[in-house]
Design a protein. Structure first.
Length: 138
């Protein structure tokens, strides 16, 4: 499984946890089993994403909130878009994946799984994070 496919699987796991919110460790094992993910490298990547998002959820959520347009609230965002944003932010901030790669992958997943405006919404929030937060680090 290549990185794009593994990223898609990580997104799907984050989304399912976003929906269910309980027994997270159990959900991971069930997810691997039901999706026949047996490759250890892929499992390791997905677990890393989940653990990293979980460990840094306050900062990641704050990044999303502070980069929304004024009239938007976090509760208004679809669970799919939230999962995509968390994945991309984690990769950009903590895994140091180039922001162009993380944004492109998130936008492609938004086109595939999100609503009509998901791709432009995800792109806009992530671009704002890059502009406001990541550009200052370089």
């Amino acid at each position: 499984m290549n990185r794009t496919e593994a990223r898609e699987q990580a997104f799907k796991l984050l989304y399912s946890i976003e929906i269910q919110k309980e027994n997270k460790e159990e959900q991971i094992d069930l997810y691997f089993e039901s999706n026949e993910i047996n490759d250890e490298k892929t499992k390791e990547y997905i677990k890393d994403v989940w653990a990293g998002v979980e460990k840094n959820k306050e900062e990641i959520t704050e990044k999303i909130s502070s980069n929304l347009k004024t009239n938007w609230k976090l509760e208004r965002i679809s669970k799919i878009d939230i999962a995509l944003l968390k994945l991309a932010i984690y990769e950009m901030l903590y895994k140091k994946i180039p922001f162009k790669v993380a944004i492109n992958e998130a936008v492609e997943l938004a086109k595939k799984y999100g609503e009509d405006n998901s791709a432009s919404f995800v792109n806009g929030v992530l671009a704002s994070i890059v502009k406001n937060d990541l550009q200052n680090e370089n």
